[in-house]
Write a protein that binds this ligand. Structure first.
Ligand code: GLP
Length: 258
């Protein structure tokens, strides 16, 4: 695991946008794994700026998002389809027919989950996967106790996750109880993973993910078993790491960019 500790949220976000743009430069046809949530909004803003500056193109890329709420139509303002269109797809050159999310309003969500898993495998799996981090250690919507080998399926959301996402809905009761999410096994097949977390509220879970035991109790801890993961955090999110000095010593360039 490469742990990059940035002085500020802004430079952490720039770093992730830079890794994303570099990968697309090297391999324009990359199959991208995309995430939602508040953390990613700043990344997408930077990517849009890079696209407008002629510094990034998604014209040849395909994308698969991590998850979608069960029961929400793609045009529902709280759906992740809607989020992705508004926050990224409508502003860059990715072809709409190359963007994929699970259909939250599919007549049979289980069939839809299997179809989505097959579509990812048929695309050759994810090349670069972006991840945020839930306060309880979830990645995608793989809540604690999720099978570490799971494929795309339906998950019941925890109360804390529903509370954390209630700000996007009119009320807590409007937050769906179920979601279709890529599995942990699906995510682990990605060639490369970049996870971004910032803020004090994520400090405990960041420490568990990086330095705790690998356990389904903290699904993100499985990333310790992946060959190519970069964790990008700010100082606040790094504040509970026991080996923080070591990570800073290994990557001095993060604090003093050349
Ligand atoms: C949601 C998403 C996750 C995301 C998490 C963190 O639950 N399904 O993919 O990582 O929120 O969100 P935030 O970035 O708002 O803290």
């Amino acid at each position: 695991m490469k742990v990059l500790i940035h002085e500020t949220q802004a430079t952490a976000v720039d770093c992730v946008a830079g890794l994303f743009a570099d990968r697309l430069k090297q391999e324009p046809e990359t199959v991208l794994g995309l995430a939602t949530g508040g953390t990613m909004e700043a990344v997408y803003e930077r990517l849009i700026a890079r696209y407008k500056a002629g510094d990034m193109s998604m014209a040849k890329a395909r994308s698969f998002n991590l998850d979608e709420y069960v029961g929400l139509r793609p045009d529902h303002p709280c759906s992740y389809w809607y989020y992705m269109r508004k926050k990224l797809f409508d502003h860059v050159d990715i072809k709409p027919e190359n963007t994929f999310l699970p259909c939250g309003d599919a007549p049979d969500p289980e069939v839809e989950a299997n179809r989505y898993e097959d579509a990812i495998a048929a695309a050759g799996d994810i090349g670069l996967q972006l991840l945020g981090l839930g306060a309880n250690g979830h990645i995608g919507f793989n809540e604690p106790t999720s099978s570490l080998a799971s494929h795309t399926r339906i998950k019941t959301l925890t109360r804390t996750t529903r509370e954390a996402n209630a700000r996007y809905f009119d009320s807590f009761d409007d937050v769906p109880r179920l979601a279709i999410t890529m599995g942990i096994g699906t995510i682990m097949r990605a060639e490369e993973i970049v996870l971004l977390a910032f803020g004090e509220a994520k400090a405990d879970v960041v420490a568990k993910m990086i330095e705790g035991p690998v356990s389904a109790a903290c699904p993100a801890s499985i990333l310790q078993m992946h060959r190519k993961v970069t964790v990008v955090i700010d100082e606040a999110a790094a504040s509970k790491l026991a080996l923080r000095d070591y990570y800073e010593e290994v990557h001095p360039e993060v604090r003093a960019p050349s």
